[in-house]
Ligand binder design. Structure first.
Ligand code: SF4
Length: 282
């Protein structure tokens, strides 16, 4: 793909401050999706003292073509000390809003749901003022697993739809569009007070109409918060960028999202599902 357009230049940030945060997290043996997925906002977020913790290890059982997370390596059992380590890091970083995500662990009977529950509870116990958002995998449609996470009462349950259904086979072959929509619907059936959130990337070859249809489908299942950002290939070996959507293109999606009733829409080239996630509640 040709040179990145002007609007996709990463903002300068204080490298020293970023490295301090990284050292703190690495010292605790904690992973962040920021580092594992090579997020372009890492510097900015770490400078603001925010990070998205990735639990259940850094090896995924799936093979999404856009994702920089490691695959095909030895899977380790969940670290029983991880929930407390995350809670202590939240305290140390004095986070008022924390996002907890994970790789997809289809090798675990509950997909790792109980580990999410233990982490949410540990964070809440040590940081009662901190709002918790969990960005969860689809647990292979296991409703019981989802129910456990819902009962732990995070403020937000986020599950990314990632792209348009026609691209699923090439972009996220082990996922299922209907299953992902159904998960968001089940959260509302189980507990209406929990905010649901979903996000996608554009620039993978989708049409604007197909994106709007995904946004409509998400509103059909009463999804509250929507994020949409530019896909950037983590490495040249990953799925190639097909288009750099213009800032005007993102404004169209933002307006559409508001028109169809999302409580909050974040649309922009650098928007990622947990990027400045606390802004939805400002
Ligand atoms: S399931 Fe998530 S972590 Fe795993 S490859 Fe796909 S996007 Fe990456």
């Amino acid at each position: 793909m040709e040179q990145r357009p002007e609007w996709l230049k990463v903002k300068a940030f204080d490298v020293a401050k970023m490295e301090t945060i990284q050292k703190k997290l690495t010292a605790k043996g904690l992973h962040t999706v920021c580092e594992e997925a090579l997020c372009p906002n890492l510097g900015e977020c770490f400078n603001q003292g925010t990070a998205t913790f990735m639990i259940l290890g850094n090896i995924c059982t799936r093979h999404c073509a856009f994702c920089g997370v490691k695959k095909e390596q030895k899977l380790l059992p969940p670290d029983p000390d991880e929930p407390l380590k995350v809670a202590e890091a939240v305290k140390k970083l004095n986070l008022k809003y924390v996002v907890i995500t994970s790789v997809t662990r289809d090798d675990l009977s509950d997909g790792g749901a109980m580990h999410f529950v233990k982490t949410i509870e540990a964070v809440k116990q040590l940081n009662p003022q901190t709002a918790v958002e969990v960005l969860i995998p689809d647990f292979l449609g296991n409703r019981e697993a989802l129910e456990k996470v819902v009962k732990a009462k995070p403020k937000v349950i986020n599950h990314n739809i990632e792209t348009v259904p026609v691209l699923y086979d090439v972009i996220r072959p082990e996922a299922n569009y209907k299953r992902s929509l159904n998960l968001l619907k089940q959260v509302k059936e189980l507990d209406k007070t929990i905010y649901t959130k979903s996000g996608m990337m554009v620039g993978l070859g989708e049409t604007q109409q197909a994106v709007k249809q995904v946004m409509n489908d998400l509103r059909e299942v009463d999804c509250d918060i929507f994020t949409i950002g530019q896909y950037l290939a983590p490495t040249p070996q990953h799925y190639p960028v097909k288009e750099y959507v213009t800032p005007e293109g993102f404004t169209t999606y933002e307006q559409w999202g508001k028109e169809i009733g999302f409580k909050f829409v974040a649309a922009g080239s650098f928007v990622r599902s947990s990027y400045q996630a606390q802004n939805a509640f400002k």
